[in-house]
Design a protein. Sequence first.
Length: 299
Amino acid sequence: MINSSVYKNILDNVFEGVYFVDKKRKILYWNKGAERITGYLAKDVTNSFCFDNILNHVDVSGNELCLNGCPLHATIEDKKIRKAFVYLSHKNGHRVPVTIQTIPIEENNKIIGAVEVFRDESKKDSTIVKDMEVLRELSLYDQLTNLPNRRYTNNFLRSRKNEQLLLNIPIGILFIDIDNFKDINDLYGHDVGDEVLEMIAKVFTNTVRSTDLIGRFGGEEFIGVFCGVKQDILNIIAEKIRMLVEKSYILKDNKRISITISIGATMIKKNDTVKDALKRADKLLLTSKKSGKNRITTG
């Protein structure tokens, strides 16, 4: 499909991921940007089909678009350009937020395939990078997950609580725990357990706004702090995080190990101390665990 080395050189060096498929959705070209964003090399995917559980796009509601509602397939069918925000599956298993655009390819007024262009929407704000550098210097980050540690999370919570008292800004808390984490360590070993923690941390980092925080509170527990949200929005955020973890995985001996989380979600009340709010969120988390896990309990 690409018969010019000049065009290929240009596409190979653009920042965005680009891949071409024929009418049957066989992948004919995969550029360097696609390799960087997805972790899959061109040799891994060329001549396979885009619906072969490669990128496995899901929308913000968790719908698997490769099985139902694939924008690339729809563009091949009706020749319409489409744009969408989705989460693709990285080769390492975690989810990456991307904006995609699908464009039909025609020859002699006949559709012969389509191209998908996608841009990584993970946070790249330089202020975030600088903040992480400061946290490292102050030993306020967790070395395994690169998330803020318990000390920093507590300080962040206290600061947000003070802002609530002064400015009446609503604050939501998520208490998050990995389901059956001990079983993962016992069955596969602590190295795999560490990989699970790292993968989940990437999902968290790719999900929250720059004004929010998810920190590692200890072991397999995490605390999320979300400013300027009400309970209904907090519930939506919690469900999005739960879904994206459920749709992610790690590979062990070519076997996919899936992970789920349970969450307790609550708003900090005006008369709460930080300890009060965390205790309530922890109780809600326990209810999620007792109710079957992989779910959210609010209150």
